[in-house]
Design a protein around this ligand. Sequence first.
Ligand code: ATP
Ligand code: MG
Length: 285
Amino acid sequence: MQVLKLAVQKSGRLSERSFQLLKECGIKIPNEDRKLYSSASNFPLEILYLRDDDIPQYVEQGVADIGIVGWNEVVEQDKNVEVVEYLGFAQCRLCLAIPKDADYTGLAYFEHKRIATSYPNTLKNFFDSQGIPVEIEKIGGSVEIAPRMGLADAIFDIVSTGSTLLMNGLKEVYTVLKSEAVLVKNTYLATDKQNILDKFVFRIKAVKNASENKYILLNAPNEALPNIIKILPGIKSPTILPLAETGWSSLHSVVKEDQFWDIIDQLKALGAQGILVCSIEKMVI
Ligand code: ATP
Ligand code: MG
């Protein structure tokens, strides 16, 4: 039987969430010691454990059929792979940062400046597109200390909260790329492998939908229901059940996580009471 080969980061910022996603998709990986590869026990999936830098190339060459990797790495390496799904974790941005006391005058500031980065291709493409000549110093890690060491005037690096920059006397001045983990696939996937991938993506979508939505239950006087239904449309339409007390109903629906607090305020204003909000484990629309 065909098996789909998935490349994941062996250890690093993508690893735990990648394994969590597999678990939430109901895929069991018995051999968790992450040597080189292991097979799922209940899904036709084989896991290859790699450095994240190698994942786009392995997927392009078909050594792995699919991979979970940062979008920033896909852009930097410019390999021929297709993004199947944005996964919503490992969110970060690739930014330009300069010494905190420097006077930032816009992108022209960088003209003929030396910029240290581990993402030279992304940086070069960006400044080429702006028509601004810069000098790029490629370094492997600890990019943020390069200005203090006199190796560069500025840096181009991954930022999530900005605290590392602050600690190194730098300030973020421009975001070039926003990134998150993505599922990529080989461009020439055979049909039987594509069928397995479709099943895997179906599960990923159910997990993602669930995490982006909440199940909401509330009690409301019957006359308030038409207005409440307008702001809680649910998947198709809300469920309404009568309460033992006449003139009152219980309403069940689904609400987007990011709209949730705004909606709660509106519901209270409309007379809703006893509002319960629960997490959803899987959601198939
Ligand atoms: P490897 O040893 O596999 O080469 P690495 O050191 O190159 O690992 P990590 O630091 O583990 O890479 O980061 C992997 C990916 O996680 C990055 O390419 C990026 O997409 C994302 N990432 C990096 N730093 C952060 C951060 N601070 N917050 C969120 N996501 C991040
Ligand atoms: Mg790496």
